[in-house]
Design a protein around this ligand. Sequence first.
Ligand SMILES: [Fe+2]
Ligand SMILES: [Fe+2]
Length: 166
Amino acid sequence: MAEKTLDDLFLDTLKDIYYAEKQILKALPKMARASQSEEGKAAFLKHKEQTEGQLERLQQVFELIGKPARGKTCEAIQGIIAEAEEIMDEFRGSVALDAGLISSAQAVEHYEIARYGTLKSWAKQLGLTEAVELLDATLQEELETDQLLTQLGETSANPKGSKKAA
Ligand SMILES: [Fe+2]
Ligand SMILES: [Fe+2]
C-alpha cells in the first residue's frame, strides 16, 4: 500500500465535511420549525441557504483537486445532530427549548469551524490557492453564524428560558 500523504488526509477531511454539510442541510429546517422565537427561525433558515452555497463551494474544491464530490460518514456530526434531536424531543413546549436549539447549533458551528480551519491551512500547505479562498469564504460564514447564535442566546432565547412560564 502506498504511503498516505497530506493530500490523502485533505481529501478524507473534505469528504467528512461534505457529508456533514449534507446532514446539516437536512437538520436546519427541522430546527427552524422547532424554534419558538422568530429570530431563531430566521437564523436557521438563513443558515440553511448559506449551507447550500457551502456545499457548492465544496464541490468546487473537489473539482480543483480532480476528485468526484463524495461524502464519507461523519460520526461526529451524526452524534451532534442526534443530541439536537433529543433536545427538540425532550424540551418540546418548554421555555428552555430555544436555548437548547441554539446550544446544539453552536456545537454544529464549532465542529464546522474546526474542520474548515484545518482544511484551509492544509490547502495553503498544499499550494491550493483557489481552495484556500473557497474554504475561507465558508469559514467566515460559520464564524459569523456562531456569533449570531451567541447574540441570540444572550438576548432572545436564554433570558426567557431561565424563567418559568407564567
Ligand atoms: Fe456549514
Ligand atoms: Fe454552519
